[in-house]
Design a protein around this ligand. Structure first.
Ligand code: AR6
Length: 167
């Protein structure tokens, strides 16, 4: 019932029930995709984020999308890559908890940014494998729920990695 797609480009231009932001624990914006999402959504997004009082690593929170084409933004906080075994567990939790939240909210299409692979330094190859494995685990556990799950690559290299992992 659900499917995984790979797409490339600027996630702030993409239409879906929700896009998933690579946020930090404050949820008050930053650089990278987080900065781009806040800039495109407008100041109301930051105002709603302030009411959430942050988010621990590995968890997810949801807000409206405001001026974005996406109806909602799921904010998840990836691990800062340290080389410790807890990194993989935390990154998997980001994908899993974002999908749990999307289903709770009754959403049927979600586009993920490549959590932790920018400023937070997670090696792209292992991060994409964790993303795909975790999404597939969620799909197996939710066989009757219709969800289009897209992985958004910003550059060609990430796109090729996703292609390799999904194949
Ligand atoms: N659309 C899609 N993907 C993008 C875009 C975009 N517009 N811009 C960047 N990416 P990063 P992190 C990709 O650094 O590593 C922020 O300051 C980018 O190529 O945004 O989880 C937060 O506030 C990379 O593959 O997130 C945190 O403090 C991916 O998005 C911190 O950065 C994630 O890169 C989070 O770091």
């Amino acid at each position: 019932m659900s499917e995984i797609k790979i797409i490339q480009g600027d996630i702030t231009k993409m239409k879906a029930d929700a896009i998933v932001n690579a946020a930090n624990k404050s949820l008050l914006g930053g650089g990278g995709v987080d900065g781009a999402i806040h800039a495109a959504a407008g100041p109301e997004l930051l105002a709603e984020c302030r009411t959430l009082h942050g988010c621990p690593t590995g968890e997810a929170r949801i807000t409206h999308g405001y001026k974005l084409p996406a109806k909602y933004v799921i904010h998840t906080v990836g691990p800062v890559y340290s080389g410790d075994s807890s990194d993989a567990h935390m990154l998997a939790s980001c994908y899993y908890n974002s999908l749990v939240l999307a289903k709770e909210k009754g959403l049927h299409s979600v586009i993920f940014s490549a959590i932790s692979t920018g400023v937070y330094g997670y090696p792209a190859e292992s991060a994409t494998k964790i993303a795909v494995d975790t999404i597939q685990k969620w799909q197996k556990e939710n066989p009757d729920y219709k969800m289009i799950i897209a992985l958004c690559a910003y550059d060609n290299q990430m796109y090729r990695l996703y292609e390799k992992m999904v194949a």
